[in-house]
Ligand binder design. Structure first.
Ligand code: GDP
Length: 327
């Protein structure tokens, strides 16, 4: 048996240390590690185990950590095993919220039925996406029932989370006025469920109004074939007071079960596989193209573009034609 086969066997048998080791392996960009990781992921995928993949996005401060702590604990209380992963291309440096921060998920991190992995300190978006996909596969093979993928609403991290998950949740906080908190239309269109958090104490009233605002805004979006009646849905929750958690889980299951029956669940995963295949090809091609000679050529032309000697489009055309001539 090879080293990688042994590791795969241990993961499938629920060995926690093997799980952590495997995630460290897929985080590595070393060439030999990448080869092993590829073999490992192929073996684990063949185990055929599936989890419910939940993407969770929200701006810093809306209560993501608190919600994951409460909701995760609610799920483990239902005898479910829960893994939490983070997609955060800008972690550490932002100085804001650190995703998958165990100190902010104190109870869940000590729960034997939960596993929390903070995001690795990679800044390269393509790298983060690949690592997260692999980490999800590892957690599924390890028998987790629910894998939560947490992301902060910046850059393309939500797109990554949405393209990895079966169900995408947008977490919001109550707003003062009736504006839609600058939530980008693109994110609204990706959301299957909007949770308005902090619906407690003096914020309860504002939370209800925010729920109504977003329910109204969702009705204006184009209906999607993958939604059953009443979705995308808006639910008021309180992570601190643990309100709305069972309602949230019920809604998630309602949608996911319907999608499974209607075939949309599998279609979604198939489309995601296709998306990541195409992304990987693009990333790989870019990496190959951006070798030193091309880099040098770009920086040479950039000087002329800055000085106004060449138009950006002219310079780009020239670079591309020279690259094609090299072949
Ligand atoms: P994150 O940056 O999105 O992970 O947000 P946190 O989970 O760190 O929460 C940000 C702040 O909001 C903290 O002070 C929390 O105590 C508070 N908070 C989170 N959930 C709730 C809630 O359900 N109700 C109230 N009132 N405050 C909350």
């Amino acid at each position: 048996m090879t080293k990688v086969q042994e590791l795969a066997g241990k993961i499938i048998n629920g060995d926690r240390r093997a799980l952590s080791r495997a995630i460290t392996l897929v985080e590595s960009s070393r060439k030999d590690h990448r080869e092993e990781a590829l073999e490992l992921i192929a073996l684990l995928t063949a185990s055929g185990k599936r989890a419910t993949r939940l993407g969770l996005s929200g701006a810093p401060g809306v209560g993501k950590s608190t919600f994951i702590e409460s909701f995760g604990t609610y799920l483990t209380g239902q005898d479910l095993r829960v893994a939490v992963l983070a997609v955060d291309p800008s972690s550490v440096r932002t100085g804001g919220s650190i995703l998958g921060d165990k100190t902010r998920m104190d109870r869940l991190s000590r729960d034997p039925n939960a596993f929390i992995r903070p995001s690795p300190s990679q800044s390269h978006l393509g790298g983060v996406a690949r690592y997260t996909r692999d980490a999800v596969t590892i957690c599924e093979a390890a028998g987790f029932d629910v894998v939560m993928i947490e992301t902060v609403g910046v850059g393309q991290s939500e797109t990554i989370a949405a393209q990895i998950s079966d169900l995408f949740v947008l977490l919001l906080a109550p707003a003062g006025g009736d504006e839609l908190q600058g939530v980008k239309r693109g994110i609204m269109e990706m959301a299957d469920l909007i949770l308005v958090n902090k619906a407690d104490r003096d914020l309860r009233h504002a939370a209800m109004r925010t729920c109504a605002d977003f329910a109204g805004a969702l009705r204006l979006l184009r209906p999607r074939p993958q939604d059953c009646k009443g979705f995308p849905k808006v639910i008021a929750v309180s992570a601190v007071q643990k309100l709305g958690l069972s309602e949230t889980w019920k809604a998630m299951n309602e949608l996911l079960n319907w999608r499974k029956e209607e075939g949309y669940f599998d279609i979604n995963r198939a489309m995601q596989a296709r998306f990541w295949f195409e992304e990987d090809v693009k990333q790989g091609l870019l990496a190959r193209l951006y070798q030193n000679t091309v880099r040098q050529m770009i920086s040479d032309f950039a000087g002329d573009v800055e000085k106004g000697k060449l138009l950006p489009s002219q310079a780009a055309r020239e670079v591309i034609s020279r690259i094609q001539d090299q072949k």
